[in-house]
Design a protein around this ligand. Structure first.
Ligand code: NAD
Length: 378
């Protein structure tokens, strides 16, 4: 089959196929088309793709390909040029009516990575996980570089430097990676989440779990995801977290509920109670923000109530895109693994007996398969 990857529109730095995956796909007998310059921001030249067996083209003839692998959700103009029966693989949220209508009308099978089930077998195609891994790691680096202190304990002839105290809220894939990275840098880490299994997961990577005394069933949604807390519980959680945040040098928030705006975990007052020089990283700044006052793409300085000096609130946008080489490598491998589900001994088919394809396909053969648009897995 013919598989293509476009040059992503700015500011996206990642690319959906890297030379390594292009090579694997061409060796499996497929034709791979790459739009020129597509890999540059991720460190791959057109020549690298050619060496891997791909054809580098000035523009992809969308009517002549079987699979389009992308990162940025496709605009309706591009969707309309795809041939009926073609498959698109990429990120698709938000699932706007306009995009769903365009995909349905074009008669394409749109596989949305956001809808891949969170099962063991699907891990190899789980873009949310692979990109959250990069994001969680990046959150810690963003904090470390801004903090006027060390992360690790240093015992030297010139005296002892205590380790930094880091609080991580949201212990999903990104949060776990943030904990592990902060631990590797030598910080003391405490963490909180509302899913019952999160305490054990946090401890397994070296964090202390902050128990806020909630009924864990309340925070448990379906498919391994969290559910939005009611107002009373959210207020109790904030009250219990407040002293931990006030005592932290670094606060990193990664808490999400699929299809919902990010839960507000720290108020402006809770942040102002931190020491001058403290750093807050809000990974969800672009989706409503876990932290009051965060702005996506900006460093916001707020005065500390504890004396002269400020706290820096960093609003991240797409932290994985700041690590384009490895984030693309993982993304491309996820794409390759899902293509392997489409090409079987029976040829090129979308078999809905496969729960991964059944979950991921938001449109197929002129049908909008999303019963409730605008929601993620709940
Ligand atoms: P996510 O990005 O949806 O959310 C991040 C974390 O925020 C989650 O752990 C969630 O519980 C937490 N959260 C939500 N509201 C909160 C609140 N009010 N306070 C504190 N924390 C809050 O999560 P994710 O990283 O996509 O992971 C979701 C789940 O899926 C996890 O249980 C994870 O282990 C599981 N998972 C399974 C697989 C697999 O088996 N294939 C792969 C990836 C993730």
């Amino acid at each position: 089959i013919t598989i293509a990857a476009p040059r992503e529109p700015a500011p996206e730095t990642r690319v959906a196929l890297v030379p390594e995956t292009a090579s694997a796909l061409t060796r499996a007998g497929h034709r791979v088309l790459i739009e020129n310059g597509a890999g540059l921001a991720a460190g791959h030249t057109d020549a690298d793709y050619e060496k891997a067996g791909a054809d580098v083209v000035a523009g992809i003839d969308l009517a002549a390909i079987d699979v389009l692998a992308h990162i940025t959700p496709l605009p309706p103009e591009a969707i309309a040029r795809l041939r009926r029966g073609a498959v698109t693989i990429g990120l698709m949220a938000p699932f706007t009516d306009e995009r769903l209508a365009a995909l349905t009308e074009a008669g394409v099978t749109a596989l949305a990575f956001e809808k891949v089930p969170r099962t063991s077998r699907a891990q190899a195609m789980d873009v949310l996980s692979s990109q959250a891994l990069a994001a969680g790691y990046r959150c810690v680096l963003e904090a470390a570089i801004r903090l006027p202190r060390f992360f690790p304990l240093a015992m030297t002839a010139a005296g002892t430097v205590p380790p930094a105290k880091v609080v991580v809220l949201g212990i999903g894939v990104a949060g776990l990676q943030a904990i592990a990275t902060a631990k590797r840098l030598g910080a003391n880490v405490a963490a909180n989440d509302i899913r019952p299994s999160s305490a054990e997961e946090a401890r397994s990577v070296g964090a202390t779990f902050i128990d806020v005394g909630l009924d864990t069933a309340e925070g448990t949604g379906t498919g391994g995801y969290a559910r939005a807390l009611g107002q009373d519980s959210a207020a109790r959680q904030q009250a219990a977290l407040a002293p931990h945040i006030a005592d932290a040098d670094v606060l990193i928030t990664t808490a999400g509920v699929p299809g919902k705006t990010a839960p507000r975990l720290a108020t402006a007052e809770m942040i102002a109670a931190m020491r001058p020089g403290s750093v807050v990283i809000d990974m969800l700044a672009a989706s409503g923000g876990n932290v009051e006052g965060s702005v996506a793409g900006e460093d916001v300085k707020v005065p500390s109530a504890r004396g002269d000096g400020e706290i820096t609130i960093v609003g991240l946008t797409v932290p994985a895109a700041d690590l384009p080489a490895d984030a693309s490598r993982l993304y491309a491998k996820n794409v390759q693994n899902i293509i392997n589900l489409l090409v079987t001994d029976d040829g090129f088919t979308v078999d809905f007996a496969d729960d991964i394809l059944d979950g991921a396909a938001i449109t197929h053969d002129g049908v909008n398969r999303l019963a409730a648009p605008e929601t993620g897995p709940s």
